[in-house]
Write a new protein. Structure first.
Length: 290
């Protein structure tokens, strides 16, 4: 090779075999030292004197129709799975795409345009002061249509599923609304909320909401603090399920507690006989458990 000035050549370069193929045989990759000329062309050897010198060219990957569409298919499916990868969406049914359907869209110059649909938002909404003043609280629950899987959600999701079902996964989930009683007579409040849940289940031919709520029909109930009360029995039970007779008081957050007045250091909680804790205890006793 003719003399080439040093300022027009880059020498002592090295490739691991992933960059170049021989110009005379593009199926064969090149591994080793090479140099680059000012013209932009590449040759084997550390410099222009390191024989044998063969021209090499940068490797340019090519895709067959099959490999290209498969790659696009994998990317599309991954994007869809990412859209649905939320704690609640693990049980969702996802749409499947086939290579043939994608190729058909390409041939017809169509754009495969997937628009993600809005999923119910899992959130526990707490009553406001106004809710306690009114004595009622609207609660919303999303249920998977083909299974008794529930989450508690909010009014935003409920309104969207009601007014714009085409933008949601309404074919997969239905959102229900109930009015939840917050205060008043404790036993009546329990039964009102129980009746609301049971009516919803029977009227909509669904099940499982009572289990999802763990039969806690006094959730968010506003206890009225009172001191120096007394029960002769058949009203309250202890934590081990035994009927309680004696003095008690009611704390705003804890509810019925043994003793005439609050003792912060030694609270002894009591449960009303229709509380979920008592119902669970009674059920296990009836089944001979414990």
């Amino acid at each position: 090779m003719a003399y080439i000035p040093k300022n027009k050549i880059i020498i002592n370069l090295y490739t691991d075999g992933s960059e170049f193929v021989y110009a005379e045989n593009t199926d064969k990759s090149y591994t080793g030292y090479y140099h680059k000329l000012y013209t932009g062309r590449y040759y084997t050897g550390r410099n222009q004197y390191d024989s044998p010198i063969k021209e090499i060219i940068l490797f340019t990957p090519t895709f067959t129709t099959s490999s290209y569409t498969d790659n696009v298919l994998d990317t599309t499916q991954n994007q869809i799975l990412n859209i649905f990868s939320t704690p609640f969406a693990s049980s969702f049914n996802t749409y499947s795409f086939t290579t043939s359907s994608y190729v058909y869209a390409q041939i017809n110059d169509e754009i495969l345009n997937f628009t993600p649909r809005t999923l119910p938002t899992k959130i526990t909404v707490f009553p406001t002061k106004d809710d306690y003043t009114n004595g009622l609280f609207a609660r919303y629950f999303a249920r998977k249509n083909n299974d008794s899987v529930y989450i508690e959600t909010n009014k935003t999701s409920f309104d969207l599923y009601t007014t714009k079902p085409q933008e949601t996964a309404a074919d997969l989930y239905t959102i229900y609304s109930i009015n939840w009683t917050l205060n008043g007579d404790l036993e009546r409040t329990f039964k009102q909320n129980q009746n609301v849940v049971q009516f919803l289940q029977s009227s909509q031919n669904i099940k499982g909401l009572d289990e999802y709520l763990k039969y806690n029909y006094l959730q968010f109930y506003s206890y009225t603090p009172q001191n120096n009360l007394y029960t002769n029995g058949n009203e309250l039970v202890t934590t081990d399920g035994k009927d309680y007779v004696g003095p008690y008081h009611i704390e705003a957050k804890k509810g019925p507690t043994a003793g005439p007045f609050p003792i912060p250091s030694q609270p002894r909680l009591l449960y009303v006989k229709y509380s979920p804790q008592f119902q669970e205890k009674k059920t296990t006793q009836n089944l001979g458990i414990g």
